[in-house]
Design a protein around this ligand. Sequence first.
Ligand SMILES: Nc1ncnc2c1ncn2[C@@H]1O[C@H](COP(=O)(O)OP(=O)(O)O)[C@@H](O)[C@H]1O
Ligand SMILES: [Mg+2]
Length: 259
Amino acid sequence: MEEALIRVRGLTRRYLVGQQEVRALDGVDLDVARGEFVALVGPSGSGKSTLLNLIGGLDRPSSGHIHVADIELGAAGDNQLVRYRRENIGFIFQSFNLLAVRSAVENVETPLMLAEVKPKERRQRALQLLESVGLAARAHHKPNELSGGEMQRVAVARSLANRPLLLLADEPTGNLDSKTGSGILDLLRDAVASQGVTLVLVTHDMQVAGYADRIVHMLDGRIQRIEQKTHAMQKPGPLPESESESEPVLAPEAARESA
Ligand SMILES: Nc1ncnc2c1ncn2[C@@H]1O[C@H](COP(=O)(O)OP(=O)(O)O)[C@@H](O)[C@H]1O
Ligand SMILES: [Mg+2]
């Protein structure tokens, strides 16, 4: 089997709040393969964002290990983490996090500026990305001239600008109605399928989680169980009985026995 892109072992993250210790993560083991789409689900406070932020190098573990590609994030220096994020990660947040004074195309260009891509090339790439998310006509609009769904499309385009290995999305459809949210999830899944990017998405919504190849259920800072979907590329929603993801009613051995 190909080595996992993300390898998490015995991961903990504790906070001291006054005298009280909060175990935001309490011993998590998880592997994510390259090109996989994994959803982290669980109630509010179960540790989903904490895990995502650790994978993204935005935070550091209290103990345990996180390897992404060849980098041990817990042992990386600050500069190494900055570089890790810039070169490998695309982030998508619930609140879009666009720069208000910059146009859509300038927002998409931001990671390319940080990567020192030349102005003409980065403009061209940013416009292509906006076109790929259906926003060619909004390139010169500022965020306050866009709808929520359009802002999140800009954020998706921005997250893909540096051709990241890994997309990390924290409740990306949390501020959107379900139809607009489905459009965003389709875009993200297309990126996984067509560009081989790996996607880890946090949600409390099982309908959203249904888009993923694998669903990791979290509770109280731990992984409770992991659900594997057999039809990874199948759209969620009602499927004919024979194509649903469930096991065959009779396993082959059982069928032989009963024959
Ligand atoms: N900076 C912090 N200081 C103290 N406690 C925190 C901090 N960040 C998160 N927590 C706590 O850690 C737990 C997990 O939080 P979080 O990962 O944000 O959960 P989720 O994203 O699943 O809602 C919660 O109990 C939360 O209150
Ligand atoms: Mg959260």
